[in-house]
Ligand binder design. Structure first.
Ligand code: FES
Length: 115
């Protein structure tokens, strides 16, 4: 993905999210989950691809780097969005992130966030 052509939106200062924490954010009305994992930030759509439960209410398993849906325990790799444990079989959408010079986490306005 060519990130130079993509716009980003500032979300929060990087030091306000600890490792293993997740945060629901809404970007232009689209719900997104931001996760800090081993010092890096990852963003996914906030909808389980099984039956649409909000992944912001998921647990985060830092050992495997997966969001664990609170409804039927489907697991999604936060780095790739891949559904790694059923009942979900479809991946969850992911969005690139970066930390800017001011230390703010930014999320790429790509895919369903592109306007
Ligand atoms: S809604 Fe997430 S596993 Fe069923």
């Amino acid at each position: 993905m060519d990130l130079t052509a993509i716009r980003f939106v500032k979300v929060l200062p990087a030091d306000q999210l600890r490792d293993g924490e997740l945060l629901p954010v809404e970007i232009d009305g689209t719900p997104v989950v931001l996760v800090r994992h081993r010092g890096e930030f990852f963003a996914t759509a906030n909808n389980c691809t099984h039956q649409d439960y909000p992944l912001s209410e998921a647990g985060f398993d830092a050992r495997d780097g997966v969001l664990v849906c609170a409804w039927h325990q489907a697991c999604f790799d936060v780095r790739t969005g891949a559904a790694v444990l059923p009942p979900a079989t479809e991946p969850v959408e992911t969005f690139a992130t970066r930390v800017d010079a001011d230390g703010w986490v930014q999320i790429a306005l790509s895919g369903s966030l592109a306007r």
